[in-house]
Design a protein around this ligand. Structure first.
Ligand SMILES: *[C@@H]1O[C@H](CO)[C@@H](O)[C@H](O)[C@H]1NC(C)=O
Length: 224
């Protein structure tokens, strides 16, 4: 009896985990400090993002009616900005500098992002090293995201002079990993300027990759 219920519990936990985690909503009111998304397990997959105002309740404390009345206000393309910065990361941060324009004058805005945490492989490869992506037998790589740059001072910092780890705003999402690896069972690619170009000269960088392993459509007869 105990054994049976444990099995059911395990089975349902397994299903839950594989179905992905529930959606998370993060809302940051103006004036911005930092909009931070994170996944305890898995990597961020941004679903929607709103920069503006869509109701009179969110971020309304202490605000005048006038600052809240425009609820039809949002910056077009905000979701792409957040996706570019955050998809495939365990943690990401942005502030208003990531958005070039203020879409709604006289309105008190906020940034709201809805995302889930995908349970896929996440790897960080320090500059000059080789990334090795590998799937189980009969499975092939499907790259979700790849970014060559630097987003904090700790990652790939051992033994590096301070000057090479100061620039933490260096981001260059790249499709090169997907071009080299998608559809293969394994793949090796150098994390270096020779492959990705140099998005921030003088900074020691790293490649951050998130990928999934899927059964090849031909061998399974299904697309996932
Ligand atoms: C995020 O999800 C909540 C709950 O489903 C929804 O009310 C809200 O409008 C969503 N926000 C965005 C920016 O899509």
């Amino acid at each position: 009896m105990l054994c049976l219920s444990t099995t059911i519990l395990l089975a349902s936990t397994f299903l839950l985990v594989n179905a992905g985690l529930p959606a998370v909503t993060v809302t940051t009111c103006e004036p911005w400090t930092v909009h931070r998304l994170s996944c305890e397990i898995g990597v961020i997959s941004v679903e929607t993002a709103l920069y503006g105002r869509a109701d009179t309740v969110t971020c309304s404390e202490g605000k005048s009616e006038q600052e809240l009345q425009n609820t039809q206000c949002s910056l077009a393309g905000a979701v792409d900005v957040v996706k570019r910065r955050c998809d495939g990361k365990r943690v990401c941060e942005l502030n208003s500098a990531a958005f070039v324009s203020d879409p709604c004058k006289d309105t008190f805005m906020y940034l709201q992002t809805n995302y889930t945490c995908l349970l896929i492989t996440h790897q960080i490869i320090c500059e000059h090293s080789l990334a090795h992506l590998q799937c189980a037998e009969k499975q092939v790589i499907s790259v979700f995201s790849a970014d060559y740059g630097r987003h904090d001072k700790n990652t790939c910092s051992y033994g590096r002079p301070n000057s090479q780890i100061q620039n933490t705003g260096c981001s260059s999402p790249t499709s090169k990993v997907a071009e080299s690896c998608d559809g293969k069972n394994s793949c090796t690619i150098r994390a270096g300027n020779s492959v990705f170009g140099d998005p921030c000269v003088g900074t020691y960088k790293y490649l951050e990759v998130a990928y999934d392993c899927k059964y090849a459509a031909s061998s399974q007869g299904e697309s996932v």
